[in-house]
Ligand binder design. Structure first.
Ligand code: SF4
Ligand code: SF4
Length: 179
C-alpha cells in the first residue's frame, strides 16, 4: 500500500494544572453545535473533565475511538496520592457509560481537533484553557494510504450496532439517490 505524509496533531495534558473550570467543555460543545456556536451543552463536548472535588481531582480526557463492547478488566491508578477510578483515563465511547455519546442519538463523539475551514491555528480547548493545561503539538509521519478510512468505518460500525445493518444500508441507499 502506498505511503502518504500525514500531519499528526496531539494535545498533551498537564493534569496537575487543571482547576476544573470546564471552559474547555463549554467551548468544544458550542463549536460542535449545529449551527456552530448556537448551543452550549457540555454533555456534547469531546473533552470531559473527570471530577472528584473532595479528592481535588480534575482530569481532562479527550473522546477517542468507539468501542462496541465493554472491556473485561478495570484498573485503579494511584498517582501522587490521588486515586483515579476504573474508567477515569479511558477515552472510548463504550456501552458501560454515557460519556462521549451524543445525548439525543447516543452516537459516539470523537475529538476531531476542531477541524474547520480554513483550518484553525490550534484547537479551541487549547486556546481557551487559561491555565496552560492543554499543550498542542504537530508532527509529520508517513502512514499507509487508506488509514483515514478507519474513522469512517468506526462511525458506520457504531450505527450498525445501534440501528442494525439493514436500516443503515437503507438510509445510505436513500441518501445516494438524492444526490
Ligand atoms: S479549561 Fe483548562 S483548567 Fe479549565 S477544566 Fe479545561 S483543562 Fe482544566
Ligand atoms: S480539540 Fe476541539 S474537538 Fe477536540 S476536545 Fe478540544 S475543542 Fe473539542
Amino acid at each position: 500500500m502506498a505511503k502518504i505524509k500525514k500531519k499528526i496533531k496531539t494535545i498533551k495534558v498537564d493534569a496537575d494544572k487543571c482547576n476544573g473550570c470546564r471552559t474547555c467543555e463549554v467551548v468544544c460543545s458550542a463549536f460542535h453545535s449545529s449551527p456552530k456556536w448556537s448551543v452550549i451543552n457540555p454533555a456534547r463536548s469531546r473533552i470531559q473533565i473527570i471530577r472528584h472535588p473532595l479528592k481535588n481531582i480534575w482530569l481532562p480526557v479527550f473522546a477517542g475511538e468507539y468501542a462496541p463492547a465493554e472491556c473485561m478488566g478495570r484498573d485503579k491508578y494511584i498517582i501522587d496520592g490521588k486515586e483515579y477510578d476504573e474508567c477515569a483515563f479511558c477515552r472510548a465511547s463504550c456501552p458501560s457509560r454515557d460519556l462521549f455519546k451524543e445525548p439525543d442519538s447516543g452516537l459516539p463523539l470523537k475529538c476531531d481537533m476542531c477541524e474547520d475551514d480554513p483550518p484553525r491555528e490550534k484547537p479551541l480547548c487549547v486556546e481557551w484553557c487559561l491555565n496552560d493545561v492543554l499543550i498542542y503539538e504537530e508532527r509529520e509521519e508517513e502512514v499507509e494510504e487508506g488509514v483515514e478510512m478507519e474513522d469512517v468505518e468506526a462511525g458506520l460500525t457504531s450505527m450498525v450496532d445501534k440501528y442494525g445493518l439493514e436500516k443503515v444500508a437503507e438510509t445510505i441507499t436513500r441518501m445516494s439517490q438524492k444526490e
